[in-house]
Design a protein around this ligand. Structure first.
Ligand code: PMT
Length: 408
């Protein structure tokens, strides 16, 4: 088991709602306790149809809370006391019904009431059938919760208890416990809000075609995971990729550069750090054809492209501007072109990679970069993107700290 010493003495209310994944919550209690956390379990009525309160009582060594209007329980640790006691309220599994009730601010049972009454951060690990997870109503509820700062952990993809395959499985207990430990870790970016763009954009030509590029999202996702591990509240704005959403990160899915810009301006204003690892299409078709474009008789097709907005440059222009880090994907005169972009886009730092080398950069597992600022240049030789991301995030976090100290 990886080190989870950050859990030591943390006070966690674990909410268990109705779903087959409720059995995984028993293992979660065990792992949280093993890390040294104090755990109080609150169960909804439907959770008790899947697993008995006695299981959690035996594991946690504490009474399990099940009813809002139980005089005996309220005489012990009542709902307000529980809400005040908690340093984190973690709901695992969180059913579709529970997410809907949380999103609408209901307080019709003990768990929803504790969630409303607490000032502790809320973390939810959704678990449901894939169609229920994909349903726009659930997605909308998660969006609302994400906007309120609720940390959404997972769900994972795979075979489901009902026989379906797809997204909606609750993450494994160990994965959730690791996210919780990371959340309590006082990392270099603790208390900071970090926004990262990743992946390609897609600029539609007609209903079936688009202009895009080979970005896989690996670099941006690795940076988001590294920022999360350093304790940041991390928001990942991503174009279409094949990668699973990293746990503990708020993910905003976009397709076009304009959609990415809208999300970047919304989340970038007031953020502490903005990192633009996305490969945003520089141009988009002026018009999107309503119907599939037919072959021309002369065998030629002329497209009229117009310039897309520059997402990172627009964020750097914001009044409440974060510390802004861009990337430069170059195929020649890498450092010279990157330095020009650093200045032109008014960035604090730029990370240059040579994308003419197919063993690094676009779509590969490795990368090699130069980190350039107005004052210095640091070389990071070829290594896997996860390791590189951790090193870049430490370097950038230290620069952010110095920048903030200078400004204050
Ligand atoms: O996703 P991977 O497969 O892991 O590949 C990683 C990567 C090669 C995509 C990544 O390391 C990288 O270099 N990302 C930036 C790609 C790019 O578009 O670079 P650029 O030099 O064209 O743009 C410079 C900067 O401006 C970038 O931060 C880019 O995100 C940003 N930009 C560019 C155009 C635009 N319209 N809006 C932008 O924000």
């Amino acid at each position: 088991m990886s080190d989870m010493s950050e859990l030591f003495d943390r006070r966690i209310v674990l909410g268990v709602t109705g779903g087959i994944a409720a059995y995984k919550a028993a293992e979660l209690v065990r792992l949280l306790l093993r890390g040294g956390a104090q755990v109080r379990v609150v169960m909804t009525e439907s959770a008790q149809a899947f697993i008995a309160p006695l299981t959690f009582q035996a594991l946690s060594g504490q009474p399990v809370h099940t009813h809002l209007l139980d005089p005996a329980a309220e005489a012990g640790m009542g709902h307000i006391e529980l809400a005040k006691w908690a340093e984190l309220v973690l709901i695992a599994p969180a059913s579709a019904n529970f997410l809907a009730r949380l999103a609408t601010g209901q307080a019709d049972d003990l768990l929803t009431t504790v969630c409303l009454a607490t000032s502790a951060p809320l973390m939810v690990a959704p678990a449901m059938n894939q169609a229920m997870w994909r349903n726009p109503a659930t997605q909308h509820n998660c969006q609302i919760l994400g906007q309120r700062g609720v940390v959404i952990v997972g769900p994972g993809e795979g075979e489901q208890a009902c026989g379906d395959t797809g997204p909606g499985r609750m993450l494994e207990a160990l994965e959730i416990a690791q996210v919780v430990a990371g959340y309590f870790r006082r990392g270099m970016l603790a208390g900071k809000v970090v926004v990262i763009t990743a992946g390609p954009t897609r600029e539609p030509l007609d209903p079936v075609r688009y202009i895009s590029n080979h970005s896989s999202g690996k670099m941006g996702y690795a940076l988001a995971a590294a920022a999360r591990d350093e304790g940041a509240r991390t928001i990942l704005i991503t174009g279409p990729t094949r990668l699973a959403a990293p746990p503990g990160i708020q993910v905003m899915q976009v397709e076009t550069a304009k959609e990415m810009l809208a999300q970047a301006l919304e989340h970038g204003a007031g953020a502490d750090l903005f990192i633009a690892a996305a490969a945003v299409a520089d141009y988009a078709p002026e018009k999107v054809a309503t119907h599939k474009i037919k072959k021309e008789a002369n065998g030629e097709l002329h497209l009229h492209l117009v310039k897309n907005p520059d997402v990172v440059a627009e964020v750097a222009r914001l009044e409440r501007r974060p510390f802004v880090v861009g990337f430069a994907a170059e195929t020649e005169k890498v450092l010279e072109h990157a330095r020009a972009k650093l200045q032109r886009k008014n960035l604090d730092v730029i990370i240059a990679n040579d994308v003419s080398d197919t063993t690094i950069g676009f779509n590969s597992d490795n990368n090699a970069v130069w980190l350039l600022s107005g004052e210095d240049a640091v070389e990071y030789p070829t290594q896997d993107k996860q390791q590189l991301a951790r090193r870049l995030i430490s370097d950038i976090a230290a620069r952010l700290e110095r920048h903030n100290n200078k400004a204050s």
